[in-house]
Design a protein around this ligand. Structure first.
Ligand SMILES: Cc1cc2nc3c(=O)[nH]c(=O)nc-3n(C[C@H](O)[C@H](O)[C@H](O)COP(=O)(O)OP(=O)(O)OC[C@H]3O[C@@H](n4cnc5c(N)ncnc54)[C@H](O)[C@@H]3O)c2cc1C
Length: 532
């Protein structure tokens, strides 16, 4: 995946693309992947980095959605459970079979959730990840050692998948390119082209060079998440809003607050929502919230009440209550939920299923859904695009299509597990060049070879791309990310041919950004070399 080559391909493309996708999150990537896998010419344009938006800010679950089961949305749960199973087979290196435990403090919890979760297993059919079962008090304490024991009678365990969202995004982008598609980050769509009232392409601007592009396409897909209404306005200035953003916040804590391999699931918090504590890399992710907002941005900020709500709920269930100073990182994401059409303002009641809108101009807009169902969303979108654009395409084959890197040779405890089949090639870089084999920072496992790899093969363009989405340091430990930024900037500059000014700007920008992921400002301790 090399950006310069992708740009050259776009410049020399003579024919209109069969499918042009706007947006490089889960939805857009799933759509571009589906198109490329059916032999269609496909181009995806992302205004920032792949998965910069919501798709790097999820709870990291590949799940059927236990709470949608409680809401009686059987069709949604069945579809998501099936997609969960397919994704686990197709991205073996990224999707872990995780055991979740619901602790029981009331007499009815065990029988109630055992019955409900058995239904969950039945809906998954042959793609089930394991049986849901009641567990004893002793076993619950063994699985969740830091959970409060007063009045604990046991628990119920069930299985779902757990993954790394932005790593999956990068690997899907790579798979799309391997199938002949083209994906480009830092390329913003600025307008729609029309021929006889029908959408026939886009105008776009390279955010790095400022170069303007006019690109023709037989079909155009708007997969811009919470930004879909901005693209719909380019098509029809007077249109009804399709999306209402709903913010979800997560806090990341050290494993000491929640040691062990299993995840915690609280099915009903004080405000009636679901709260998870999920082990992720060497930390634990706790969340989430559901706060309707009237605006959207690529860097949404956690509200004070959301942070306090998560800390207060964690305190209710964990022996050692985490405080603000224990938070390693806080991140917020925006759900692109379908805007309520009636008077209801409650986003938790808005259906989470995906929606495909076909505008009069032929513009296709896909939104809603979840990461887990990205493959099916792509399939549904391309089925429609084939009809609208009268495209000649093969049948969808993504159900059994392995995603780049899919190979489970490395245990999930391996700090480089998420590279799957690429891991050995990255280590090889370290053998060829002594410096590449060194760690970026003495206290963290990441190697300089990973930075080099990300630039050469994963279209990483700046420090943020590497520390936020190629690796997850910003989301796991924002202070560590700040400490690593100078070395990452220097290595990237050498790879990308950038000068010292670029390095200084990168560090400054990144420190500013990373502080948004912290509850208290952190200023890096400069080394002697950096002082000079
Ligand atoms: C808090 C939270 C927790 C979640 N947890 C889970 C979970 O555990 N499991 C799960 O399956 N799902 C989960 N989801 C849902 C899932 O993350 C989303 O459904 C999914 O990521 C949405 O992807 P998207 O591609 O539609 O949007 P995005 O990821 O936001 O992608 C849209 C992209 O379009 C780009 N764009 C916008 N305008 C333009 C333009 N003009 N030109 C080019 N590009 C443009 C943006 O930069 C952005 O990258 C969660 C969501 C939230 C908010």
């Amino acid at each position: 995946m090399k950006r310069d080559e992708s740009l050259d391909r776009v410049r020399s493309q003579q024919q209109p693309y069969d499918v042009l996708v706007i947006g490089g999150g889960a939805t857009g990537l799933g759509t571009a992947l589906d198109a490329a896998s059916r032999g269609l010419t496909a181009l995806l344009l992302e205004q920032h980095d792949f998965a910069k938006g919501t798709s790097s800010r999820s709870t990291k679950l590949v799940h059927g959605g236990v709470r949608y089961l409680a809401q009686g949305d059987i069709a949604l749960v069945r579809e998501a459970c099936r997609e969960r199973g397919l994704l686990q087979k197709n991205a073996r290196h990224l999707v872990k079979n995780e055991t979740f435990v619901i602790p029981a403090y009331k007499w009815w919890t065990k029988p109630f959730y055992t019955i409900g979760l058995t239904m969950y297993d039945v809906l998954a059919g042959s793609l089930s990840l394991g049986r849901s079962l009641p567990v004893s008090r002793k076993d619950t304490i063994r699985r969740l050692p830091t959970v409060k024991k007063n009045k604990l009678s046991g628990g119920v365990k069930y299985h779902d998948g757990q993954f790394d969202d932005s790593r999956l995004a990068i690997n899907v982008a790579q798979t799309t390119e391997e199938l002949g598609g083209t994906v480009i980050n830092y390329m913003k769509v600025t307008g729609l082209l029309k021929t006889n009232g029908k959408v026939s392409g886009v105008t776009a601007v390279d955010q790095e060079s400022g170069e303007a592009f006019t690109i023709n396409a037989k079909t155009v897909v708007n997969a811009t998440g919470v930004f879909v209404d901005d693209i719909l306005s380019m098509d029809q200035p007077e249109h009804k809003n399709m999306v209402r953003p709903s913010q979800g916040v997560h806090l990341v804590l050290d494993k000491e607050f929640f040691p062990g391999e299993d995840a915690l699931m609280i099915p009903k918090t004080s405000d009636g929502r679901v709260l998870f504590a999920v082990p992720w890399h060497d930390k634990v992710v706790v969340g989430t919230t559901d706060t309707p907002l009237d605006e959207h941005s690529l860097e949404p900020k956690a509200l004070e009440e959301e942070i306090e709500f998560i800390l207060a709920t964690a305190k209710e269930y964990l022996i050692q209550a985490p405080t603000r100073k224990d938070v390693k990182s806080v991140f917020a994401g925006l759900r692109p939920l379908a805007a309520p059409q009636g008077d209801s303002q409650k986003t938790k009641e808005i259906s989470r299923s995906h929606k495909l809108l076909v505008s009069e101009s032929g513009l296709l807009t896909m939104t809603g859904g979840k990461w887990t169902t990205f493959r099916k969303m792509g399939e549904d979108t391309i089925d429609k695009a084939i009809k609208i654009g009268e495209l000649s395409a093969q049948k969808c084959g993504t159900e059994t299509l392995p995603i780049h890197g899919s190979e489970q040779t490395h245990p999930f405890s391996d700090p480089m597990y998420f590279y799957g089949s690429d891991k050995d090639r990255i280590l090889q870089l370290g053998k060829e060049n002594e410096r590449f084999g060194e760690k970026i920072h003495a206290d963290h496992p990441y190697l300089i070879a990973e930075v080099v790899w990300a630039v050469r093969n994963e279209m990483a363009r700046n420090v943020e791309d590497f520390l936020a989405r190629r690796t997850r340091v910003l989301f796991l430990d924002a202070r560590a990310a700040i400490d690593m930024a100078p070395v990452v900037a220097e290595v990237m500059a050498a790879e990308l041919g950038k000068n010292d000014t670029w390095i200084s700007e990168q560090i400054e920008d990144f420190v500013k950004l990373a502080n948004r992921y912290l509850l208290e400002e952190y200023k890096p301790v400069l080394t002697e070399k950096e002082h000079n």
